[in-house]
Design a protein around this ligand. Structure first.
Ligand SMILES: C[S@@+](CC[C@H](N)C(=O)[O-])C[C@H]1O[C@@H](n2cnc3c(N)ncnc32)[C@H](O)[C@@H]1O
Ligand SMILES: Nc1c(NC[C@H](O)[C@H](O)[C@H](O)CO)[nH]c(=O)[nH]c1=O
Ligand SMILES: N[C@@H](Cc1ccc(O)cc1)C(=O)O
Ligand code: SF4
Length: 467
């Protein structure tokens, strides 16, 4: 095991895991680039050539990298023009209790700590449906359009009362179906349906229930993903976050998230969400143990899924934030992706996903400066205001948890583009005027008043960012 070193400019820990899929192709960089420029559909080998700036040499060729970024920027301009979109949203995550044990995640807290008799001090939280509703109401008052809610798989979380009954009927519910009754815990998260009803209050657009959460909401039953999403939709769910995708190649999932649903399960859940009439997003979480062959295959699975469903509104590359995660602390990886890899991931996503209109640049992950740079590497969406962030912050990220409309307008204009407030599905769009103050206008109660940050007024009684 002496092939640990990553080539210059990449964070890929080559050779360490003995993966079957390796970045080796019969294609040349020049051919792949020519195909990309002429809008021919790319295949996995083409994507590998572009992501590696050529497999004929180790490391990154910077002149070639610029050509890939240029091609992606041109494609972005052709497909969506110069507008840069963002959404007025709130992250309201219900609980951090989770026993799934993904090695890249520091959002979760061991669920046993939440039990009434655990005696363990911890920084995790669970919100009741009433608390979720209060947080959403407050955000709606401030003009928010969308509520994004992604949560740990709390053992006491079930779809509804019947699901609780079915789970409790197992001989050993904790080990067989990851279930313990709500009475065991300090705080009862209520059921998934109750949380949906609570958070879709007063016209909020509810973006929630990742494929992994959908699995949890049907575990131990023979209910299909489709029926599960239909029930959730009827309770208020409006669209589905395509996280939990990580890398859609099982040999990678076996290393970083062996407790999670597999690639097939993720795809089934997303198809089911689409069949239930719900728009979805899709993501990739990269820059850990995987190599460029895995990144390319992931893109292919997302493009195939979109050919089947047409439901994916945006693709979100999420760079792995490593600092306080088990993968890094246990020495499995030495760090995350390099900036060069980040830029190539955005660019090749734009070039490969010819059937997904929008590529999101996450300022939470990349920061403002690099996030803005991504808007000239193929990205056209700049995420949302979010107001509260736990996943990246807990993994050691330090890019904050709020962007005001004022900041959005200033930053986007500074790079010569047009700032546009959007709805989650991109159907409603509003160009921000050149002059005056800026605030949201698409939310059910939005009247253009500027959206203030989590620290706006400590006496207002609103949920604080750290609860
Ligand atoms: C924290 S989970 C919450 C929802 C649910 N438990 C699930 O796994 O789908 C949401 C997503 O956050 C992303 N994430 C978690 N930890 C991360 C990290 N350290 N760096 C980047 N993304 C991360 C992963 O893509 C994960 O699927
Ligand atoms: N990229 C990240 C997001 N993206 C979600 C968006 O803000 C929004 O919900 C989506 O565009 C659907 O409209 N959210 C995070 O919390 N962290 C990210 O890194
Ligand atoms: N919440 C996820 C990101 C995310 C959420 C919803 C989306 O639609 C897309 C991405 C994270 O912080 O990593
Ligand atoms: S990524 Fe999701 S499922 Fe995995 S440990 Fe974190 S919260 Fe749990």
């Amino acid at each position: 095991m002496d092939t640990f070193e990553a080539p210059a400019d990449t964070g890929v820990p080559r050779g360490r895991f003995g993966f079957d899929h390796q970045p080796v192709t019969d294609q040349s960089f020049e051919n792949a680039l020519a195909k990309a420029r002429s809008r021919e559909r790319l295949d996995v080998d083409d994507a590998v050539e572009l992501l590696t700036t050529g497999t004929d040499d180790d490391g990154i060729d910077h002149a070639r990298k610029e050509l890939v970024l240029e091609a992606a920027d041109r494609r972005r301009a052709e497909v969506v023009g110069d507008e840069v979109t963002f959404v007025a949203n709130l992250n309201n995550n219900v609980t951090t209790a989770c026993n799934t044990g993904c090695l890249f995640c520091n959002f979760k807290d061991t669920a046993a700590n939440f039990e009434t008799d655990s005696g363990v001090e911890h920084a995790g939280f669970t919100k009741t449906p009433a608390e979720s509703r209060a947080a959403v109401r407050d955000a709606l008052e401030r003009g928010v359009y969308e509520v994004t809610s992604v949560s740990g798989l709390h053992p006491a979380f079930a779809l509804d009362a019947d699901h609780h009954e079915a789970l409790a009927a197992h001989d050993d519910p904790a080990s067989e179906v990851n279930y313990k009754p709500p009475e065991r815990y300090d705080t009862d998260p209520g059921t998934y349906l109750e949380q949906m009803r609570a958070m879709s209050v007063d016209g909020a657009h509810l973006h929630s229930i990742t494929p992994e959460e959908a699995y949890h909401a049907k575990r131990g039953t023979d209910r299909s993903y489709r029926e599960t999403y239909r029930r959730l939709r009827d309770a208020g769910l409006d669209s589905v976050p395509g996280t939990a995708a990580e890398i859609l190649v099982d040999e990678v999932r076996d290393v970083i998230c062996p407790g999670k649903i597999g690639t097939g399960g993720w795809l089934d859940a997303m198809e089911a969400a689409a069949a239930a009439g719900l728009p979805t997003t899709a993501t990739v979480m990269y820059g850990h143990v995987e190599n460029e062959a895995h990144r390319a295959r992931h893109l292919q699975r997302v493009r195939d899924l979109q050919d089947r469903t047409g439901a994916i509104t945006e693709f979100v590359p999420l760079t792995f934030i490593h600092r306080t995660t088990p993968l890094y602390e246990r020495g499995v990886v030495d760090g995350g992706a390099t900036t060069t890899e980040d830029e190539l991931m955005i660019a090749v996503s734009r070039l490969f996903l010819d059937n997904v209109d929008h590529i999101q640049s996450s300022w939470v992950k990349y920061g403002d400066e690099q996030g803005l740079k991504m808007l000239s590497c193929g990205a056209d969406d700049f995420m949302g205001t979010i107001l509260s962030e736990e996943i990246t912050r807990r993994a050691g990220g330090d890019h904050g948890q709020f962007r005001s409309f004022e900041e959005y307008a200033r930053m986007i204009r500074a790079v010569g583009r047009t700032p546009v407030e959007r709805s989650t599905d991109y159907e409603q769009r509003r160009v921000l005027p050149d002059e005056g103050t800026h605030g949201p206008r698409l939310g059910p109660n939005a009247d253009g008043t500027p959206l203030l940050g989590p620290e706006r007024d400590p006496t207002s009684g609103a949920a604080s960012a750290d609860d």
